[in-house]
Ligand binder design. Structure first.
Ligand SMILES: [Zn+2]
Length: 108
């Protein structure tokens, strides 16, 4: 029970790929190895930093540069999923509103 708008969003939802909630930024970090160059003069290692909210706390997770592009895809998919959830909800609200109108017009 949905509208064309809802059906379109649901079809895209069925094709959803692995996703993750959060955002990704690039930062620099020491690797923790005391014998590595980064512990003395540098340069530091480039890593991606995934941040997300969990129970009102900002959590972070380091992501290696090899995985950065892959994780970026998950982040994009996560944003798309959020949009699609909002889209289907809106479509269902419109569906309910249109039913109400139709019932009213039938009475009169
Ligand atoms: Zn290092």
């Amino acid at each position: 029970m949905t509208s064309d708008r809802g059906r379109t969003a649901l079809e895209r939802l069925r094709k959803i790929k692995p996703f993750i909630q959060g955002s990704l930024s690039i930062t620099q970090k020491k690797c923790g190895n005391p014998h590595c160059r980064c512990s003395q003069e540098g340069p530091l290692h480039e890593v991606a930093l995934l941040t997300w909210k969990e129970e009102n706390r900002t959590r972070t997770l380091y992501v290696s540069m090899e995985l950065r592009q892959e994780v970026e895809k998950w982040v994009q998919e996560g944003k798309l999923l959020k949009r699609l959830v909002a889209e289907v909800s809106q479509a269902q609200r419109e569906f309910l509103t249109s039913k109400k109108k139709r019932r009213k017009s039938n009475k009169s």
